[in-house]
Every structure is written in C-alpha cells, then in structure tokens.
Design a protein around this ligand. Sequence first.
Ligand code: ADP
Ligand code: MN
Length: 179
Amino acid sequence: MVQESGKRKKPNILVTGTPGTGKTTTCTALAEAIEFHHINVGELVKEKNLHDGWDDELDCYVLNEDLVCDELEDVMEAGGNIVDYHGCDFFPERWFDCVVVLQTDNTILYDRLSRRGYKDSKLSNNIECEIFQVLLEEAKESYQEDKVIGLKSDTIEDISRNVATLTDWVRNWPCPSQR
Ligand code: ADP
Ligand code: MN
C-alpha cells in the first residue's frame, strides 16, 4: 500500500465516538498539549453552512459530506490536525494516521446526555449506538485496523491518560519502521 501520509510533516488524528463520550473535551486538551489544530466538524458545519438543512427526526443538521471534505482537504494535507466528529466513514482514508474511538460506560453516558437535555429518542438512539459499538465498527470498516484504537472515557483520569497516550504517539510519529 502507498504510504500516503509520507508528504505530511505532522500526522492527523481523528477522534470519533458516540455523542457525549468526551471527544471535544479530549481534543481540546490534546490540541493544547501538542499544539495541533482542533477541528470540531459539527461546529464547522454550522459556521460554514456545510449542510443540507435540519433533520427533525434525528434532531441535528444533515451534514453535506462533499462540502465538508472539500472544506478540509488543504488543511488535512498540511497535517497537524485533530478532527472531532461522531462519524468517520465519509472522510478520505488517507487523511488520518490514527483513528481514536472514545468509549463510555452506558450509565455514565446516559447521565451526560440527560444533562445535555437530549430528548428521549435522541438519548436512546445514542445509548444504543454506544452499546452496539457502532463507531468502533464503522472505524474498523473504514480504516486500516492497525490505525484504529478504542480508548475508555469514563472519568477525568481517563481523559488525562488518553491525552498522555496520544501525545506520546505523536512524539513518536512516524513509527520507526516508516522512517
Ligand atoms: P462529545 O464531544 O463527545 O459529545 P464532550 O467532550 O462534549 O463530548 O463531553 C460531554 C460532557 O461529558 C461534558 O460535560 C464533559 O465535561 C463530560 N465528559 C466527557 N468525557 C468525560 C470523562 N472522560 N470524564 C468525565 N466527564 C467527561
Ligand atoms: Mn463535541
């Protein structure tokens, strides 16, 4: 396989997971630790109107995948990005050197999402998504398996540990066999 990340001086990391698993909290801390750009795709979609309207059923914007990918192409090519989104199957595979799937215990996640004020159907959809490990499966289907890593995100200590793990990973990138 062609090592397409070869042109980048810094890696790109995708942080995905069910809403509420701590993507934005983790990405914010990690971006500060390693001085990477944090790209919150949900916010970007709202700001730049990269959507096809509001989905009443799912209670969220219908993201336009082509618009999002066009918007991000140049910045991703440069490297040094942490992308934060609750989906991962529509980004070009070549963009990412590491795909992190955050995972949270169901009861903890339930509390976080209730606190966020999610309505019942949205809440149960997301809890189900976490129970069935939908994002982990999606990541494994969309990226080389050795790039995908599941990380527990139940407590504040988990966040610190995950940030430390990813900081180490970035400092050691590219891995010795690719140098
Ligand atoms: P996401 O971006 O995945 O939807 P957030 O980072 O916004 O998740 O986190 C949702 C809420 O849960 C926030 O109030 C955050 O402080 C809390 N939270 C997230 N991850 C953890 C964790 N590992 N331990 C404790 N609280 C967390
Ligand atoms: Mn978020």
